[in-house]
Design a protein around this ligand. Structure first.
Ligand code: BTN
Length: 221
């Protein structure tokens, strides 16, 4: 992928702006006034952090896997820190969430929005403990590494399917083989996180059944 980058001082949300751009565009803003997180949550946009949205092609059968491509690419963009991935694509450092990814499909495009706490962590996150990279990287370094990794991993997905991306994801994953809690819109489940299925779902073994879950928030116990 050949990226074309557009910089803004302030936008409402880079994901919202990105809708008007072609595949291969990257929207970066120094500040967002209405940053969005997963499941309708707000994303606090603190000074010095990175807010970036990349416009990806909505691949025919691979679209659900873009979430893992995005997570793995961001993990690979931070090579000298021991980051881990929490399903599907929260980036953790020492158990604290240092980055979140929001994928939104619009027509034949998928907007992949990355919020990376380069300098500051929000004081309080409703769901998880938040952390930051403490400026170990500059936003420019993360951007460069991320766009390279994203391009490489998209090629890998298109050439070899989900198998190698899944393997890379598993190498970064937290919680596999452990007891976890999964919050779904109408219920909360507890069980053993057996594995990530070849379709990208969580296989959760509860006392009564094995459930396959493809959307939700997981909590390590
Ligand atoms: C999450 O973990 O809930 C996902 C957070 C995604 C935040 C980023 S910041 C850049 C892009 N623009 C947005 O409004 N959201 C994403």
């Amino acid at each position: 992928m050949k990226w074309q980058t557009y910089f803004f001082k302030e936008v409402d949300s880079t994901n919202t702006r990105a809708v008007d751009y072609d595949v291969g565009s990257v929207i970066i803003a120094e500040n967002q006034t209405a940053g969005r997180g997963r499941n309708g949550r707000r994303w606090q946009s603190l000074a010095g952090n990175l807010f970036l949205s990349a416009v990806l092609p909505a691949l025919q059968n691979e679209t659900p896997f873009l979430s893992f491509v995005a997570g793995v690419s961001l993990a690979e963009a931070l090579p000298d820190v021991p980051v881990r991935l929490k399903w599907p694509n929260d980036v953790l450092l020492h158990h604290a969430k240092i980055a979140g990814i929001l994928l939104e499909r619009v027509d034949d495009k998928v907007i992949a929005g990355f919020g990376v706490n380069i300098r500051q962590a929000p004081d309080r996150d409703m769901l998880y403990q938040a952390g930051s990279l403490n400026q170990k990287y500059t936003p420019e370094e993360v951007t460069k590494n991320l766009l390279t990794a994203l391009s490489d991993n998209l090629d890998l997905l298109m050439q070899s399917g989900f198998t190698p991306i899944r393997q890379k994801w598993l190498n970064y994953a937290v919680g596999i083989g452990e007891e976890i809690e999964v919050k779904l819109p109408h219920e909360t489940l507890r069980g053993l996180f057996e594995t990530l299925t070849p379709q990208g779902a969580i296989s959760l073994k509860t006392p009564t059944e094995t459930r396959l879950i493809s959307a939700g928030d997981i909590f390590l116990l």
